[in-house]
Write a protein that binds this ligand. Structure first.
Ligand code: NAD
Length: 496
């Protein structure tokens, strides 16, 4: 299969595949076994400038392409993603590490977004309203903004670029895309398929390279009007500060410390399934991962026993092998960070119930594998219950009742996802109202968004914008209000 051979990739600028101006390169390797994935241009400010210039030129024509025609390109892109789904999933299992079922889901999310946003080409609804004056018509329309800088993380390497690039494009913007340096091959395949779908030169450009040399250059470039970033809180704050000087529109999707609440009346087996999927799926490296489980005291012991048993049944392995449940984490640095939190948890006095170690058996030492880890007896204020670990580690916290559980769930700096398992409709509705998060699930884990609802978080998870759904269009367009006076005389609003 093509993905097995390491290949040389390039930037895509103004419709041409080109090397970095410096001629320098970096490598992408598999976190599962160190296998070489490819060599990529190590770009810098010069490359960003060229890409922005290309996007600026392309914008003048792209914004005039009728939106339904722009949407048709997205439909073709969606079909290409379907055709290439297996190839992309295989590449993702290798370059990013997630297991095939999840990798296919990652691609499917982009398929869904393609068709949803393709359809927006025939909507992009504005409003008409009556006028307070006679013989006057008025409406609001969505306008494209210009050049959008898209900066993405490695954990959803096809889905997240689709959340940003597709609404930006259907709205008539042009894009400069910087994929994460851990998953550049997937970023490049994404763009290759967009090109194959018929996107004109310059409408999407990809510039590979690091957060400093490429990301920051993009954020600071005065002609880039919009920045959409998904990443860590620290990166988000740095980007917001850097973009402030030019008053850019900035959309930040940042970290999480998501909690699942399990009440005494819950279906425990269902809750365990939800926790395992949310805490250990993608090796805990989802922004919506459940890194806290808040359990009502009456069922704490039973839930803990069932959960530990379920976690110990999970098979670590290569993502592309059928019997693997949990793949590697993204790299050695992440492995060290995750393990350091195990030490922190022990030092804080939490009880390590299972896991807590780097897995090395059966050749896993060639990759970055961490055993699914559960801490019990965790207090809400402990660092392992407050800080984003971004690995397969979850913390069990006791609560007396639903009110205390919600208070604990809310007692963190983030506000992305949340969940409650209960059969009591009153408590479920209370949770829907009172959990301070952008997403709440009832009787399901903390993960699994659908593309036609807004996605994002409150508090330290972001800066108030949302991906997906109609909310995405609000970020990638600006409103223009248009008044048409056909009275033939000067009519003055608020005066006549
Ligand atoms: P990261 O912040 O290290 O990197 C994200 C992207 O930003 C990368 O492309 C990186 O190169 C770039 N970058 C880094 N510094 C930059 C700078 N100063 N200026 C411009 N760009 C810069 O994050 P990561 O490790 O790739 O991803 C993990 C983080 O992403 C976690 O915190 C996770 O919760 C978060 N995340 C959030 C969501 C969400 O929707 N809320 C989704 C997925 C991941």
């Amino acid at each position: 299969m093509a993905v097995l051979s390491a290949k040389t990739y390039q930037n895509y600028i103004a419709g041409e595949w080109v090397d970095a101006a410096s001629g320098e390169t970096f490598h992408s390797t598999s976190p599962a076994n160190g296998e070489a994935i490819g060599t990529f241009p190590r770009s810098g400010e010069e490359d960003v400038k060229r890409a922005v210039a290309a996007a600026e030129t392309a914008f003048e024509e792209w914004r005039l392409v009728p939106a339904p025609k722009r949407g048709e390109i997205l439909f073709r892109f969606g079909q290409l993603l379907i055709d290439e789904k297996e190839e992309l999933a295989q590449l993702m299992a290798r370059e990013m590490g997630k297991v095939l079922a999840e990798a296919r889901g990652d691609v499917q999310e982009a398929v869904d977004m393609s068709f949803y946003m393709g359809g927006e080409g025939r909507r992009l609804f504005g409003q008409t309203t009556p006028s307070e004056l006679k013989d006057k018509f008025q409406m609001s329309v969505r306008m494209p903004i210009g050049i959008v800088g898209v900066i993405t993380p490695w954990n959803f390497p096809i889905a997240i670029p689709s959340w940003k690039i597709l609404p930006a494009l259907v709205s008539g913007n042009t894009v400069v895309f910087k994929p994460a340096t851990d998953t550049p091959a997937l970023g490049e395949r994404f763009v290759e398929l967009l090109v194959e779908a018929g996107l004109p030169a310059g409408v999407v450009n990809v510039v590979h390279g690091g957060g400093g040399p490429v990301g920051e250059a993009l954020v600071r470039h005065p002609d880039v009007r919009v920045i959409s970033l998904t990443g860590s809180r620290e990166t988000g704050v740095a980007v917001l500060k850097a973009a402030a000087e030019c008053l850019k529109h900035v959309h930040l999707e940042l970290g999480g410390k998501n909690a699942i609440i399990v009440l005494d009346d819950a279906d425990l087996d269902l809750a365990v399934d939800g926790i395992v999927w949310s805490a250990f799926g993608t090796s805990g490296q989802r922004c919506t991962a459940a890194s806290r489980v808040i359990v009502q005291r009456g069922i704490y012991d039973e839930l803990q026993a069932k959960l530990v048993a379920a976690a110990e049944r999970l098979r670590l392995g290569l993502g592309w092998e059928d019997d693997t449940d949990v793949g590697p984490v993204i790299n050695e640095r992440a492995l060290e960070k995750i393990h350091s939190y195990t030490e922190i948890g022990k030092d804080e006095g939490a009880t390590l119930l299972t896991g807590g170690e780097i897995a090395t058996e059966n050749g896993l030492d060639r990759g970055a594998f961490y055993r699914p880890t559960i801490f019990g007896d965790v207090e809400p204020g402990m660092r392992i219950a407050q800080e984003e670990i971004f690995g397969p580690t979850t913390a069990l916290i006791r609560a007396t009742d639903v009110d205390e559980a919600i208070r604990i769930a809310n007692g963190i700096e983030f506000g992305l996802s949340s969940s409650i398992f209960t059969r009591d409709v009153n408590k479920a509705f209370k949770a829907m109202r009172d959990l301070n998060a952008g997403i709440t699930y009832i009787n399901a884990g903390t993960t699994g968004a659908e593309v036609h609802l807004p996605f994002g978080g409150t508090k330290g998870t972001g800066n108030g914008h949302r991906e997906a759904g109609q909310a995405a269009l609000d970020f990638y367009t600006e409103w223009k209000s248009i008044y048409v006076d056909y009275s033939g005389k000067l009519q003055r609003a608020q005066i006549d």
